[in-house]
Design a protein around this ligand. Structure first.
Ligand code: M6R
Length: 614
């Protein structure tokens, strides 16, 4: 949430900061800002703009500021509307220090009151500005930077990443981390700071992921790290593999479309990786073979699309591993009673590995000393660092806010992992395990082939036609119900059209009253023969009320196909992989509806790729 970039070093800071921000714009894009110290007189200068980064860049024509120490920010508003005043960086009373911030200062009300009583004047509605005034006040009291910072971090509550520059300390940049991600890239006589290493991954691969509850003082060749009590810490600098980071659209109009097309390759790459680690899998996920054999239940945590993947995986684990699987929304989990179970494990699913809700849920499980695994796409993420063990999907960098290939690879990973556990427990044999791996590849083929089959008719006919409607009902049953939820989420977030999802069996208990000529009904079929029969009855209920039915069916499902007003027929796969096979076509269809409506598909309004606030 919010893109944060800082630079201090031998070169001027504006170019690397703007380049970094452009790579992080997916994290927030309602306003942007840049501040630096003017070379020569060290005066703090800044430029801010409402809206996307290009609005900020335009302003440099009038005000071409630059300096060897600078900070930049793209914002996703939490406190205060998107405006120039509320854009970061924020300042103290006399604009002598400047702060860019990610996260939320939870006690900002109390601190603001206190600071106003001391005479501080505020010019924004942000919680960030409070930090600037508080530091101003603490510097007056403590006279020196280090004690002022120790006092600052001990007064701020919430989760935050902060980057600070001060006129009084022109050779030092301050970075602080509590909860929100922050990393430092170490270059040749230069340091980069960012909320995501993507910002500087092409310049250096030497990275310090700031430990939680720590702060650092940076200079062009200086790196001093402290914990919140002021005790020095030894920085643990890592060399990261940035080869997989690709931030180009490769000729596609949107990242989302490119990522839809990358899915088959991403599934293949993920499966190849799982095969390569199959023998050491338990070390990797932080379990022993004995623990796996004794596992009696599995729990999933996640948000948004990752939660939908978990809901689908629940069917995998119950059917394949023959044990109960429970799924919790990470944002709810912390506030529910916790019943610790014996011989259980938690899997926290997160594309980014940085989602605050999921991380907090993971931390809670960790604090109870219950086995936990992070399933994520980002090897350098907080989830990987904090969980007992991890399983990595190999989707490659996902840039579009709407998750596509991450979802597909999560499904592939969870299907594979359920079989790997079943193999360890002796529920399936090696042949069945091999077959399951082949089934994943067959489903990946079906995912891609169905896009090719319906590409023309979607672009030319279906997308323009359905883009005329304002609201939709999505139906699924059994394993296709969570998939229908994912489809409805995808349509909502990129096209802003209203889509309500129901389990098809619930239709007759109320939602059937909504059926009318203005509300197309998207129904996602199942390859389970009993569930299919029930879905067929639900489709008949819709048609009996003159509802307009769009069906995602599988080959051979003649009765359902005949009922449809519009129909997509997908090759049959293993029934548990039906959602994976439907994934590409569903995403391609909703992508084109949003395109007809001329929506900003990669950066939908109000959203951000990585939600690092609770
Ligand atoms: O990075 P995560 O998987 O933890 O993100 C969770 C959700 O924020 C994310 O899936 C969100 O729902 C996407 N925009 C869906 O397309």
């Amino acid at each position: 949430m919010c893109g944060l970039v800082g630079y201090i070093g031998k070169n001027l800071s504006r170019a690397p900061i703007i380049k970094g921000l452009s790579r992080l714009e997916y994290r927030g894009y309602d306003s942007a800002g840049f501040a630096c110290l003017n070379p020569g007189d060290n005066r703090l200068v800044y430029v801010k703009a409402q809206g996307q980064l290009h609005n900020l860049i335009k302003q440099f024509d009038q005000k071409p500021i630059d300096g060897h120490i600078g900070i930049g920010h793209t914002r996703w508003s939490t406190h205060g509307v998107a405006s120039q005043e509320n854009a970061h960086p924020q300042f103290d009373c006399y604009k002598t220090l400047s702060i860019a911030h990610n996260g939320i200062i939870e006690n900002h009300h109390m601190l603001k009151e206190q600071l106003m009583q001391e005479g501080h004047l505020f010019s924004s509605q942000t919680d960030t500005e409070i930090v600037a005034h508080l530091l101003e006040s603490l510097l007056q009291i403590h006279k020196k930077l280090l004690p002022a910072l120790i006092s600052l971090v001990n007064q701020l509550q919430g989760a935050y990443a902060l980057v600070i520059i001060l006129q009084a300390y022109p050779d030092q940049m301050v970075v602080i981390r509590k909860g929100s991600p922050l990393c430092i890239g170490i270059g040749q006589q230069e340091m980069f700071v960012s909320s995501d290493l993507l910002a500087f991954a092409d310049i250096t691969n030497k990275v310090l992921f700031l430990p939680d509850q720590s702060f650092a003082l940076l200079g062009k060749e200086l790196l001093e790290l402290y914990d919140f009590s002021g005790a020095p810490l030894l920085p643990s600098i890592q060399e990261v593999d940035s080869a997989w980071i690709n931030v180009d659209k490769n000729g596609y109009e949107h990242f989302m479309l490119k990522e839809i097309y990358e899915q088959k390759g991403a599934i293949y790459a993920s499966l190849a990786f799982f095969r390569s680690i199959s023998h050491q899998i338990w070390d990797q996920v932080g379990l022993t073979s004995e623990q796996v054999k004794n596992l009696e239940s599995i729990h999933f945590l996640g948000c948004g699309t990752s939660w939908h993947a978990a809901r689908i995986a629940q069917f995998f684990f119950e059917k394949i591993c023959l044990m109960p699987a429970r799924v919790m929304l990470a944002s709810e989990f912390r506030y529910m009673p916790f019943f610790a179970e014996k011989n259980s494990a938690y899997i926290a699913i997160s594309q980014s590995g940085e989602t605050a809700d999921t991380l907090e849920a993971l931390r809670l499980v960790n604090s109870m000393h219950i086995a936990n695994i992070a399933l994520t796409n980002v090897a350098s993420s907080t989830a990987v660092r904090e969980a007992d063990g991890f399983l990595l999907t190999h989707a490659g960098q996902e840039i579009a806010v709407a998750s596509t290939k991450a979802f597909a690879t999560q499904l592939a990973a969870l299907y594979w992992f359920a079989h790997r556990i079943a193999l360890e427990k002796g529920i399936i044999n090696l042949y069945q395990f091999e077959t399951a791996q082949e089934d994943i590849l067959i489903a990946a083929e079906a995912l891609e082939n169905s896009i090719e089959k319906y590409k023309k008719i979607i672009v030319e006919t279906y997308a323009p036609y359905y883009a005329q409607y304002k609201k939709f009902i999505f139906l699924g049953r059994h394993i296709s119900y969570p998939f229908a939820m994912e489809a409805a989420l995808k349509l909502k977030e990129i096209s802003y059209l209203f889509a309500q999802c129901y389990p098809a069996g619930e239709l007759k208990h109320g939602p059937i009253a909504l059926i009318d000529a203005e509300t197309p009904i998207f129904l996602f079929s199942s390859l389970d023969s009993l569930v299919y029969q029930k879905l067929l009855s639900n489709a008949q209920e819709v048609k009996a009320r003159k509802g307009h039915l769009v069906v995602f069916a599988f080959e051979g499902q003649k009765e359902l196909i005949q009922l449809a007003d519009a129909c997509f027929i997908i090759p049959t796969v293993n029934p548990l992989l039906a959602p994976l096979a439907m994934t590409g076509l569903m995403q391609f269809f909703v992508y084109h509806i949003a395109k007809v409506l001329d929506c900003p598909i990669d950066k939908p309004r109000n959203l951000a790729k990585s939600v690092t606030v609770e």
